[in-house]
Design a protein around this ligand. Structure first.
Ligand code: PEP
Length: 254
């Protein structure tokens, strides 16, 4: 997938949700309404692992891609219950979400581990969506920029490039809370992230795509997605309802 072909990238992170019923709701809705979708918007659906192949077979549209929500390093193949990058690649997944705050916090994933996973995914030709973001206490101490810079330097890997890596700015305090930064804050932070990425990867123009994630819904999506510095959104809760998710995808028509 060539990211440059798309004006915005909209990611559905189902987390540990989803069912055959949800997949069928997506399928039926897409069958009726896909024709009206803007084909310059890439849609990446990230269901739990067992649903990847069924989603692949049911959502056969040119701008709809699939993503996994995690992978395990294949440093040792005797890891019962884990899924490697080569297995994900085999399911024809184009993306994997790495560094999500839930994995950083609940599963104690360090920047170093995330960076190793990024490196391995890219070596297996799976594009990465790397989440970064400050928590509430870091925000209150005005450490947002410092935290983001550290995560960019430590969670990415040397083989990241604007062709295989997307950054998702997800303030942890905003995920699932209904709270979001102001539009001005999102713009300022995205511009900062792009600037730091340019410095790290010795680039001139802003080339990396940076998505916003955290309580995106049908009411706030238009304002967020209308920002030039926002290349798309990563949607959790609101992606579990195809009508609301479609509203977000069609933000410029509403
Ligand atoms: C997420 O899980 O990455 C997320 C952004 O969730 P929500 O949209 O529900 O805040």
């Amino acid at each position: 997938m060539n990211f440059k072909n798309y004006s915005k990238i909209i990611v559905a992170n189902w987390k540990m949700n989803g069912s055959f019923s949800l997949i069928n709701q997506y399928k039926n809705y897409l069958k009726k309404n896909y024709i009206k979708f803007n084909k310059k918007i890439a849609i990446v659906i990230c269901p739990p692992f067992p649903y990847l192949t069924i989603c692949k077979n049911k959502f056969k549209y040119k701008n709809i891609f699939l993503g996994a929500q995690n992978l395990s390093l294949s440093d040792n193949f005797s890891k019962t219950g884990e899924i490697s990058s080569s297995i994900i690649r085999d399911t024809q997944c184009n993306f994997v979400i790495l560094g999500h705050s839930e994995r950083r916090n609940l599963f104690k994933e360090s920047d170093k581990l995330i960076s190793n996973k990024v490196n391995e995914s890219l070596n297996n030709k799976i594009n990465v969506i790397i989440c970064i973001g400050e928590n509430l206490s870091e925000k209150r101490k005005s450490n947002t920029f410092k935290v983001l810079k550290k995560q960019i330097y430590k969670s990415l890997s040397n083989n990241c490039s604007p062709k295989n890596t997307i950054i998702a700015y997800e303030p942890v305090w905003s995920i699932g809370t209904g709270k979001t930064p102001t539009i001005e804050e999102i713009n300022k932070i995205h511009t900062y992230i792009k600037k730091i990425l340019n410095i790290k990867y010795h680039l001139k123009n802003y080339k990396f795509k940076v998505l916003y994630g955290g309580s995106v819904n049908k009411k706030n999506s238009k304002d967020i997605l209308s920002l030039k510095s926002v290349d798309g959104v990563l949607v959790g809760g609101a992606s579990l309802n195809i009508i609301e998710f479609a509203h977000i995808i069609n933000f410029n028509k509403n």
